[in-house]
Each structure stands twice: as structure tokens, then as C-alpha cells.
Ligand binder design. Structure first.
Ligand code: MCA
Ligand code: AMP
Length: 509
């Protein structure tokens, strides 16, 4: 057997070295040292084994952010199983699909959802359901507390799965991106060096941990550095400003930065200890970049990535951080910009961004045809993002080839929302678009036509959709019109609608 490629084996080594140093500090609450984290992960690993979780089994987790949630994430890797985190905003109808597709051995849910998850477990033959609440309490925590601390770390190969993270599809259902231990380790090791993590760094963590950004990018890099992590349940500008003076770096989506800039208590003074602000998951407006520099003296470091590949490009730590660009391909990561036929375009020209490297996912879970459609025979993944690359290799994302809205860093596929809208009584057709929004970057807006003589009641539509779809996917506005604009081929002209409703939120502060 070769060396153990389990990412947890690498992290565990760092935790042992860190010993009593703080791993997590929680404002106003008890924190956790690295030695404490190590113990907790051991107990959770034993609990998972007790529940019958074996290597390669999936563990579906839809719980609020807590330290026990972190211990669970690490314990799933430790036992060699596959972590499937789900956005806490997903409704039971949405979770139904993820559970049916992933066929987990265990579902971990919030106690308030226990009954609904028990039903789903029955439906899909999932043997075990356990709970963790927002404080990290629940049946799984109780079981873990009764377990021994010592637990073996499973041996994993580089191509074994560590995570199964779902991304919505342009058409059809969500796809599970299979992320391997190599994918996660290579990205974390690269980013730790690229962003110059050093002893003494303190990370302010306010992102959710059910997506790549808050889970893998933020946690794994900080863990590799044995950093203290200031742990906030969610982004709250007051709390962030209160904690910033003790932090040295923060990662966030653009909404974090626009909200900070809009807060009266935000100033250069609170950033006195900071060395790095990182932004990603959605485009950071060049204006926000400049305003932030004017207020704080810091140039936000923007990087670009996606669920399937983790981080792909980054602005330099040392060197020019250019507003509106996402920097250079990471070491060992290849990026090319190609035309419709897959031929490289000239520097500066716009095309589809394709990428390959040790960070590139293994494929879509149980969807070999989708995998073959999106990963070319030479290994390059077709991202769906339109970009250009200059002579030096600096990348600018200029748009999306795929019909995707990114609202506050969360992805929304219009098709999914349109399918739900079209099922509502009285709705004839719908077109869902993203329009500029001062807080979320883009906001979801539905334009609908009705059956004859029907008046669509906006609040009612919003309420009906909220029962089926996660809140962030629910349109902020529903607008009824006579006919959807179409081109001569009969295709709905979304660009026309985006133009027409482009300033819907421009007066919202
Ligand atoms: C909450 N709401 C939203 C969003 N979040 N609506 C649209 N878009 C959103 N992102 C809803 C709430 O349910 C609420 O509805 C209303 O909008 C206002 O909520 P508010 O309290 O203002 O929201 P919040 O709780 O403060 O959350 C906003 C947020 C959050 C802090 C920006 O969405 C967030 O943490 N986003 C980060 C997303 C992220 O981590 N993405 C990484 C993906 P109501 O009032 O009706 O109840 S990973 C990735 O993309 C790749 C790999 C990458 O490159 O990183
Ligand atoms: P996800 O599927 O949630 O991983 O979202 C990935 C998508 O977010 C990418 O395909 C891009 O469209 C977008 N994205 C991530 N980072 C950036 C960025 N810095 N600038 C523009 N778009 C970004």
C-alpha cells in the first residue's frame, strides 16, 4: 500500500503539531483547540463507524454551521466516506432528489426536519438518520460523546472520493461533482502557499460551510496553516466589524464587501491587523474593488473557481491585483480559452474557458454521458464561463455561456425556477432572468404570461414557490406581461428582458 492520500491524514498531522493552539474562537462562546478538535473528530469517526458508515459510503449533511458540523465533515473523511453537504435553504422536495441520487448510508439533519428526513430515508432505503442543531447538539453529538477518542484514519488513494457536491444543471437535474482526495489536497496546498499563509494568521470565517468556498477553500487552507479561525455563524456586518481587528485574513463573496462598505462602522481602523481580503464565487465589480481600496487601503484579491474544480485562477499575492480580472491560472492548473469548435482563440479574445489539473473533479456521479459531454478526451473541463486571457496569461471573466444567475454567491438555474412557475395555476409561460441588484449582485426576477383573463398575484406566486424552492432561488419580483419577446426562431429573448428590467432594483439602497 502506498502513502495515505486521505486529506484528513494530512490535516491530522497538522492538528497534532498544533496541539493546544486555538483552532476556533467563537465570540462570546467557548472555542476549541486543535487538540480538542482532534479528539472530537475521533469521537465522531467512531460514531460514524458505529452507525455502519464504511469507506465510499455517502453521508448526506444538511445542518446549520457549528463546530460539530466541522468535526463531522472531518470525521467523514477520516473513515474514508464521502461528504455530501447540502445548502440549509433547500426544501424537503429538493433534498428528496439529492438523497435519492446519492443513496447515502446516513443522513444528518436538523432536529426540526427529522420527521421529514425519516420519511425520505424510508422512501430511499437510507439505513440511518441522526441530528445536529445550530448549536451542534443532537443525536449524533450524543452518540459521539459516548465514543472513544482514538480512531484509525482510513487509507485512501488519490482518486478515491472525499466529497460529492451538487451543482444545478442548465437542463435537467442537479449533478453530483465527485471530488477526490487529490482534488482537495492539491488545491488546499497550492492556495496556502499562493496566498502566503504564515504562522500567526487568523482567519475570519463568516461563509456557509455547505459549499466549496467556505468548506474547502477557507477551512482546508487555514487547517494546513494551523491557523486560528474566528467562527461566525453567518455573515453579519456588525459582527464582522467587531471581529476584524483580531483577524489577518477573510474570504467572502462580493456581497460581504458591498455590505461592509455600506456600514457606517467600517473603516481603515478596524482593518489594522488585516493582511488579505479575498473575494470569489461571483464577479466583484471593479467599482467595489476601488471603493474598498479607497476606504481601507486594501486591494481585494479576487480569484475564480467552481464546484467541479475548486479554485482555478487567482490574482497574485505579490504583484498587481487588477480590478475586474481574476488573475492567473494556479500552479499546475491549465486554462485555455477556445472558440465554438474548441480551437484556442487569440490573446484578448473572448471564448469558453476550459481547464484541467489536479483540482479537476473525477466526473459527475452516475452520469457518464454528462461527464463525457463536459470533460473533453484530453481532460479539459468545459466550465461554461466566457472569458479572455491576455498575453501574460491574466484571465477576465466576461460572462456565462450557461444560463445561470449568481445571487449573493449562490447559483440559480432559471430552468429550475421556470419549471416550478409553469406548474402554477393560471401561468402560461415564464422566463426567469438575473438583473443587477445592489446587495446580491444579481437578483432573480420572473417574467410571466397568464392564461386568458387571469391576473397573476405576485405575493401568492412567491409564497407558492417558497414551499418548493430554496429561498435564494425564489424570484424577488414576479412581473406579468402580455407576451414574452421572441426571436424569429421562437426562442425567448432573455437579453431583451434583462435590458427592460435592468434597473428594477437600481433605486433600492
Ligand atoms: C439569503 N437570501 C438570499 C440570499 N441569501 N436571496 C438571494 N440570494 C442570496 N444569496 C434571502 C433570505 O432567505 C431572505 O429572504 C432575504 O434573501 C434576505 O436575507 P438576508 O438576511 O439579507 O441574507 P443573509 O442571511 O444575510 O445572506 C446573504 C449572504 C448569504 C450573506 C450573502 O447569501 C451568503 O452567505 N452567501 C454566500 C454564498 C456562498 O458561500 N457561495 C459559495 C458557493 P426572506 O427575507 O424572504 O426570508 S461555492 C462557489 O461558488 C465556487 C466554488 C467559488 O468560486 O467559490
Ligand atoms: P459554483 O457552481 O457554485 O461552484 O459556481 C461557479 C461559478 O461561479 C463559476 O462557473 C463562475 O460563473 C462563478 N464565479 C466564481 N468565481 C467568480 C469570479 N471571481 N468572477 C466571476 N464569476 C465567478
Amino acid at each position: 500500500m502506498g502513502a495515505n492520500s486521505n486529506l484528513y491524514a494530512l490535516l491530522e498531522q497538522r492538528f497534532i503539531e498544533a496541539g493546544d493552539q486555538p483552532a476556533f474562537s467563537l465570540p462570546g462562546r467557548a472555542g476549541l483547540s486543535y487538540a480538542g478538535l482532534l479528539e472530537r473528530v475521533g469521537r465522531f469517526a467512531n460514531a460514524l463507524r458505529e452507525l455502519g458508515v464504511r469507506p465510499d459510503d455517502r453521508v448526506t449533511v444538511q445542518v446549520e454551521k457549528s463546530l460539530n458540523n466541522v468535526a463531522l465533515y472531518l470525521a467523514v473523511m477520516k473513515v474514508g466516506a464521502v461528504y455530501q453537504p447540502l445548502n440549509t435553504a433547500y426544501t424537503t422536495a429538493e433534498v428528496d432528489y439529492f438523497v435519492g441520487d446519492a443513496e447515502p448510508r446516513l443522513i444528518v439533519t436538523d432536529p426540526v426536519r427529522r420527521a421529514a428526513m425519516d420519511d425520505l430515508a424510508d422512501k430511499h432505503g437510507v439505513p440511518a438518520v441522526e441530528t445536529l442543531d445550530a448549536q451542534g447538539e443532537g443525536s449524533l453529538a450524543e452518540l459521539a460523546a459516548s465514543m472513544a477518542v482514538a480512531a484509525e484514519t482510513a487509507h485512501r488513494g488519490p482518486d478515491d472520493l472525499a466529497g460529492l457536491l451538487y451543482t444545478s444543471g442548465t437542463t435537467g437535474r442537479s449533478k453530483g461533482a465527485m471530488l477526490t482526495h487529490r482534488n482537495l489536497s492539491s488545491n488546499a496546498l497550492t492556495l496556502k502557499d499562493l496566498w502566503a499563509f504564515a504562522p500567526g494568521d487568523v482567519l475570519l470565517h463568516a461563509l456557509p460551510i455547505f459549499h466549496v468556498h467556505g468548506l474547502y477553500v477557507a477551512l482546508n487552507t487555514a487547517f494546513l496553516n494551523r491557523s486560528e479561525i474566528i467562527w461566525l455563524d453567518k455573515f453579519d456586518a456588525d459582527q464582522v466589524i467587531a471581529q476584524l481587528p483580531r483577524a489577518t485574513l477573510m474570504m467572502g463573496v462580493p456581497t460581504f464587501y458591498t455590505r461592509l462598505l455600506g456600514h457606517a462602522g467600517f473603516s481603515q481602523d478596524v482593518c489594522g491587523n488585516m493582511r488579505l481580503f479575498i473575494s470569489g464565487s461571483a464577479p466583484l465589480l471593479a467599482d467595489t474593488h476601488r471603493q474598498f481600496e479607497a476606504v481601507t487601503g486594501h486591494k481585494i484579491l479576487e480569484r475564480y473557481g467552481m464546484t467541479e474544480c475548486g479554485m482555478i485562477t487567482s490574482n497574485p499575492y505579490d504583484g498587481e491585483r487588477v480590478p475586474g480580472t481574476v488573475g492567473f491560472p494556479l500552479p499546475e492548473v491549465s486554462v485555455r480559452i477556445v472558440d465554438g469548435e474548441g480551437r484556442p482563440v487569440a490573446p484578448g479574445e473572448v471564448g469558453m474557458l476550459e481547464t484541467n489539473g489536479p483540482n479537476r473533479f473525477k466526473g459527475y456521479w452516475r452520469m457518464p454521458e454528462k461527464t463525457a459531454e463536459e470533460i473533453r478526451p484530453d481532460g479539459f473541463f468545459i466550465t461554461g464561463d466566457l472569458a479572455s486571457m491576455d498575453e501574460e496569461g491574466r484571465v477576465t471573466i466576461v460572462g456565462r455561456g450557461k444560463d445561470l444567475i449568481i445571487s449573493g454567491g449562490f447559483n440559480v438555474y432559471p430552468k429550475e425556477v421556470e419549471s416550478e412557475l409553469d406548474q402554477l395555476p393560471g401561468v402560461r409561460e415564464s422566463a426567469v432572468i438575473g438583473v443587477p441588484h445592489p446587495d446580491f449582485g444579481e437578483a432573480v426576477v420572473a417574467v410571466v404570461t397568464s392564461l386568458p383573463n387571469v391576473v397573476i398575484a405576485e405575493p401568492e406566486v412567491i409564497e407558492r414557490l417558497a414551499q418548493r424552492l430554496a429561498k435564494f432561488k425564489v424570484p424577488k419580483r414576479v412581473i406579468q406581461i402580455g407576451e414574452l419577446p421572441r426571436n424569429t426562431m421562437g426562442k425567448v429573448q432573455k437579453a431583451e428582458l434583462r435590458k427592460q428590467y435592468g434597473d428594477l432594483f437600481s433605486t433600492v439602497a
